[in-house]
Design a protein around this ligand. Sequence first.
Ligand SMILES: *[C@@H]1O[C@H](CO)[C@@H](O)[C@H](O)[C@H]1NC(C)=O
Ligand SMILES: *[C@@H]1O[C@H](CO)[C@@H](O)[C@H](O)[C@H]1NC(C)=O
Ligand SMILES: *[C@@H]1O[C@H](CO)[C@@H](O)[C@H](O)[C@H]1NC(C)=O
Ligand SMILES: *[C@@H]1O[C@H](CO)[C@@H](O)[C@H](O)[C@H]1NC(C)=O
Length: 486
Amino acid sequence: MMNLHVALFSSILAIGSNAHPLGEPGRDKRHVIANLRRNSFAVRRQSTTVKLQNGTQPVFDAPLVHMEVQGLLGKYSMASDFLNGISLNPDTQPDTGYGPFNDTPILQYFANASKPSSLLTQPQPLSARDGGGGAAAGAEPILGLPDEPYASFELMPLTDDVAGGMDVSYYGPLKFGTPAQALTVSVDTGSADLWVPVACPGCSNAQFDAAASSTFRSTGRRASVTYGAGRVAGTVASDTVALGALSVDAQRFVAVRTESQDFMDYPSSGLLGLAFRSISRMDAPTFFEGLLAGRKLAAGIFSTHLTRGAEDGSQICFGCYDLTKTTGPVEWLNLTSKTYWTVAMDGLAAGKNRTEPLSIIAAVDTGSSLILVSDDVARQFYGLIPGAQDASATYGGGFYTYPCASPVTSSLVFSGRPYMIHQDDMNLGKLSDDSDDCVGGIIGISSDYGLPANLAIIGDVFLKSWYVTFDYAGSRLGLAPSINNR
Ligand SMILES: *[C@@H]1O[C@H](CO)[C@@H](O)[C@H](O)[C@H]1NC(C)=O
Ligand SMILES: *[C@@H]1O[C@H](CO)[C@@H](O)[C@H](O)[C@H]1NC(C)=O
Ligand SMILES: *[C@@H]1O[C@H](CO)[C@@H](O)[C@H](O)[C@H]1NC(C)=O
Ligand SMILES: *[C@@H]1O[C@H](CO)[C@@H](O)[C@H](O)[C@H]1NC(C)=O
């Protein structure tokens, strides 16, 4: 599902001529995709039910995963341009006045925690300390530490759209207009535009009633966007957008007037892009950049906790770091660009075995459920797993299986250190009910699609194992082990 949302601000991709995940070459593409989608909804409902009933491992949901890949190809169709043309420091600096996030209390906490004699208070759960909004000058925006003063931050609770044995997308509440109207948006660190439906006759999800808002302005500038299998169109507008007590005046967004049929089954109304303005299709600051520019946050960061197979419990901490979602100290990776959230990835590992050293640009993308790498990298990686097999004959190029019972731990290598992927996330499901082979969540993409060969899209398959801090002002990404892995 998410793929449709995340692919919104992208153009139709070129169709490769070889075996690929979209169907047989020569068939009408729209038709193929429409079929995938219909099948997917059926499978989706079924799989969810099975999972909820008794927790058996679902069978690989090929249509759903194909849709996701399709959406990502569209979403990243401009990645070459973005990554080649845009520098680390865009002209606009909404983070002026913010420094890198001060992680000293986190590092101290875990240093102390490792000492047996230390009498540390356990971090307090957030329910006891709900959201911020009120500024406390100089306060550390770290939640959960004993006696932590309130700071300027806001917690966005996310709902995990669980389907087909996957965590397909995460969405949360956002308020639009004056008086405020509550809508839900998917959260996407892989794009940089905000959109919601406005006066959209065909749209079935909740919409923003612009006429009822005294602060709504339309620029009249049309914005039409083509994505994987469809198109949305609307106008660039602005209004007050708020998360809890934090708000941005005149936040720009696309007021979507027409959506294609594909959007009808979406659990959320719109999409919140959390990447950098440098890749915004409207060339407008993101909501997060608006919060920074308005000095609304105690720290120039947001942090994500994404649950595994549970609708409730996921969250984004805007301007804060929630220690209660981690089991260890944070480690930092410098950004290589401020376009997508990109970091340098040195390779992949299976157990103790690694691919040859690689120079990969890894885009960290909460709006993707999968991990995508080039065909070549995927081949190398699965070559490290005993019993892994190329499944392109069944599912199209880029898909691999491995023995479900294999204890090999897959990792991504950053700064020379492996960061593991939980087995449950790596495993997209059994080939069939009675199969011992499972499909891997790392998928190879043919160069036919025009994505940069050194690009990797790092989605939720990885991000569920780590509490991720997006340090905008510090130009870096923090990874701390997630409580999901306990
Ligand atoms: C789960 O449910 C399926 C279908 O009802 C059943 O065949 C299977 O035995 C169940 N598995 C467990 C572990 O209960
Ligand atoms: C950890 O220990 C340091 C130095 O001993 C102390 O200053 C700090 O307050 C402690 N931190 C926590 C979270 O207890
Ligand atoms: C990351 O960036 C910081 C600040 O620019 C720099 O001091 C540090 O050496 C960098 N780390 C690596 C591993 O490049
Ligand atoms: C992993 O490395 C070990 C040690 O070099 C080697 O014995 C083993 O065959 C390797 N496994 C694979 C799948 O390459």
